[in-house]
Design a binder for this molecule. Structure first.
Ligand code: 0O2
Length: 198
């Protein structure tokens, strides 16, 4: 595929990421404007790089005609929460929206990944308006606490930066760090409840 075609394919995904970030940030503003606690702390987004899309297609044997259906995370939104309980509140807010339709969910909080990764993922359908009319695309929304995000970001960096295959004892150490972080998350939530912040 040449660069112009990639640009044409990825443009609606870029628009979706921009629009959704504006909409979720507006939700934070609405909560604060009413003097309410916002279950969303911050929002970020990205469109997957072409090399990363190609790597995923090769790894999963996805043919080009099925790319947009099979690669579900071309557009990605990450929502960061303060407390574990907020994650469910955010998922409920998303479920109630008329501009977002949920396709599937992956609960890596109840069912942590072997690596120690914790996060709640939704694959959703979202429609953007283009010059050729509406286009319904898929977006992956990752929802996690600041603590879960701290672990995921560093673990991703370490795996990405390391030239060597991660030895088993290091994977075990990373998982132990994830467990400590999960305990801290629970403790912070308990404290927030005791102080009636939640
Ligand atoms: P990026 O750079 O964030 O786009 P796959 O895992 O890719 O074979 P699947 O089922 O689509 O297939 O993915 P999964 O396991 O649901 O994970 C989707 C995303 O969650 C990943 O995207 C990561 O962002 C994040 N993730 C999943 N597992 C881990 C983990 O063990 N550590 C960290 N730090 N992040 C994880 P990509 O495409 O891998 O990367």
């Amino acid at each position: 595929m040449d660069i112009l075609l990639w640009h044409e394919i990825l443009e609606p995904y870029e628009l979706a990421v921009k629009e959704l970030q504006v909409k979720f940030r507006h939700l934070i503003k609405e909560h604060h404007g009413k003097g309410l606690y916002s279950p969303i702390e911050s929002v970020s987004g990205r469109v997957k790089s072409v090399s990363s899309i190609l790597e995923k297609m090769q790894r999963k044997g996805i043919v080009p005609e099925e790319m947009e259906e099979q690669v579900e995370d071309i557009a990605g939104i990450r929502i960061i929460c303060q407390f574990v309980e907020d994650i469910e509140k955010v998922a409920d807010l998303i479920q109630k929206r008329s501009d977002i339709e949920i396709k599937s969910e992956k609960d890596y909080i109840r069912h942590m990944k072997d690596s120690g990764y914790r996060s709640y993922h939704l694959i959703v359908y979202y429609t953007v308006e283009t010059m050729n009319g509406p286009k319904r695309i898929q977006v992956e929304i990752q929802i996690r606490t600041m603590a879960m995000d701290f672990w995921a970001s560093l673990e991703h960096q370490l795996r990405y930066k390391s030239d060597v295959e991660i030895p088993e004892h290091v994977s075990d150490d990373l998982k132990k760090c994830a467990d400590v972080i999960a305990e801290t998350d629970q403790e912070m939530q308990r404290i927030a409840k005791e102080l009636k912040v939640l």
